[in-house]
Design a protein around this ligand. Structure first.
Ligand SMILES: Nc1nc2c(ncn2[C@@H]2O[C@H](COP(=O)(O)OP(=O)(O)OP(=O)(O)O)[C@@H](O)[C@H]2O)c(=O)[nH]1
Length: 208
């Protein structure tokens, strides 16, 4: 992919990361089909291409469903490929929450810049098994400087669509800033005016 197509604000490449079994595939399938399927084979790794509209603008999203195995979460190519990230933990699985910090750190180490991301606590329907509080999720999202959602792929609806749309908006804002032509410095502009004046005067002197 060349640089100009990467910067098209209507395209968005999303990587969904998190420990095995947190519901990454379930969230993606819910977003794409509005359905929930109870059993998925553990993901090897798969990319979906999806045409949608965000704020009435047509958008092409590519969504990478990563496998929750450590070696694939950490695959450098996936992390470089994405414009934005959805970090998922299951709120009935403490370890999956604790893992988010190291996964995010790994992304930061590779990208060496602030990445656009969203933090999602999934399996909200299993409240009776909750191991991670809403406040802890909110605090982590504040540390990561990103939006936070608690949801359930099994009975969620519009909020799951909103997760993907909100990430797209973040990515679009970032791309717009990156593609904006830089303003020339005022020193440069003053120098241009002076050099024009100076040239005019010299030309006049030669003419007289
Ligand atoms: N109760 C409940 N179960 C869920 C939810 N989301 C996913 N599951 C179940 O959790 C299990 C794992 O879901 P997956 O979507 O395969 O999880 P994953 O993170 O993609 O897992 P890997 O592909 O192994 O990395 C499945 O049995 C799902 O049915 C949810 O919101 N609520």
């Amino acid at each position: 992919m060349n640089a100009s197509s990467r910067l098209r604000t209507s395209d968005c490449r999303v990587a969904v990361l998190g420990r095995a079994g947190v519901g990454k595939s379930a969230l993606i399938v819910r977003f794409l089909t509005k359905r929930f399927i109870w059993e998925y084979d553990p993901t090897l790794e798969c990319t979906y291409k999806h045409q949608t509209a965000v704020d009435e603008e047509p958008v092409t999203m590519e969504i990478l469903d990563t496998a929750g195995q450590e070696e694939t979460i950490h695959r450098e190519g996936n992390i470089r490929w994405a414009d934005g990230f959805i970090f998922v933990y299951a709120l009935n699985d403490r370890q999956s929450f604790d893992d988010i910090c190291s996964i995010k750190q790994h992304v930061d180490d590779i990208r060496r810049t602030n990445v656009q991301c969203i933090l999602v606590g999934n399996k909200l329907d299993l409240l009776h098994e909750r191991k991670v509080s809403t406040v802890e999720g909110e605090k982590l999202a504040t540390d990561m400087a990103c939006a936070f959602f608690e949801t359930s792929a099994s009975d969620g609806g519009e909020d799951i669509t909103e997760i993907f749309h909100e990430l797209h908006r973040e990515v679009r804002r970032r791309k717009m800033v990156e593609t904006k032509p830089r303003r020339r410095s005022s020193t440069h502009q003053v120098r241009q005016v002076l050099s024009k004046m100076f040239n005019k005067q010299t030309n006049k002197q030669f003419a007289s």
